[in-house]
Design a protein around this ligand. Sequence first.
Ligand SMILES: NC(=O)c1ccc[n+]([C@@H]2O[C@H](COP(=O)([O-])OP(=O)(O)OC[C@H]3O[C@@H](n4cnc5c(N)ncnc54)[C@H](O)[C@@H]3O)[C@@H](O)[C@H]2O)c1
Length: 252
Amino acid sequence: MAQETRTAIVTGSARGIGAAVAKRLASDGYKVAVLDLDEAACADTVEAIKAAGGEALAVGANVADEDSVAAAVERIAAELGAPTVLVNNAGIIRDNMLFKMSVDDWDSVMAVHLRGAFLMSRACQKHMVDAKFGRIVNLSSTSALGNRGQANYSAAKAGMQGFTKTLAIELGKFGVTANAIAPGFIETDMTAGTAARVGVPYEDFKKAAASQIPVNRIGQPEDIAHTASFFASEGAGFVSGQVVYVAGGPKD
Ligand SMILES: NC(=O)c1ccc[n+]([C@@H]2O[C@H](COP(=O)([O-])OP(=O)(O)OC[C@H]3O[C@@H](n4cnc5c(N)ncnc54)[C@H](O)[C@@H]3O)[C@@H](O)[C@H]2O)c1
């Protein structure tokens, strides 16, 4: 049966991992909503997709804000088509040792990762249930296993795993799968920012990270995009509620 082109939303896709996932899903044949805080910042990703012959829409929205999410999903459904693939990738870090962590550090990380994934998934599930098909991919992290200076972030990323498993249980009968990707060290502005914060040149920071990774290199956004592409695919319909560590070696 010929299948109409599906619409995917990738949050936080103005840059980094999200941008790579958006480009990959576009090259896989999806229409892609490139969603980030600032619509203008989405232009690079959208242009790259269009230049490669794909279809994309820039959408400015804050995933942590209920009204912003509702308006964005409504607009995407109207302009691009009902979203049946959702990648909850938007994220921030506010690292601090516990004794120095402010309530704002805690709340803002919870808001973007957990509230954001909840609001986006809730807004999109209706379209997925109507279509009897859906793919939700959530970005967790190896930090879910515990990481010094990241009490807020590791709690949020462990939370993403529980959230994913529950979505898998609730939505499975509607043809909707939910899975999580837990990346290790990936070369993006986020890890560059961490290096700057601890006062280590990024090149040295990357080398040190690579030396601890079994495959002897750090990850690239495309490594995560490849995994997201698999989870989003038609053929992955029997894979649900899983967490895949994409970290160049085993994690548990
Ligand atoms: N880089 C890594 O090593 C790494 C490792 C594990 C997990 N992750 C996770 O992968 C995801 C992407 O990380 P990245 O390294 O590409 O980060 P990044 O900082 O380069 O990009 C994150 C994007 O999310 C957007 N964003 C932030 N808050 C938002 C909000 N409220 N609404 C909409 N968009 C928002 C930012 O504007 C930015 O474009 C994050 O969830 C991150 O926690 C990254």
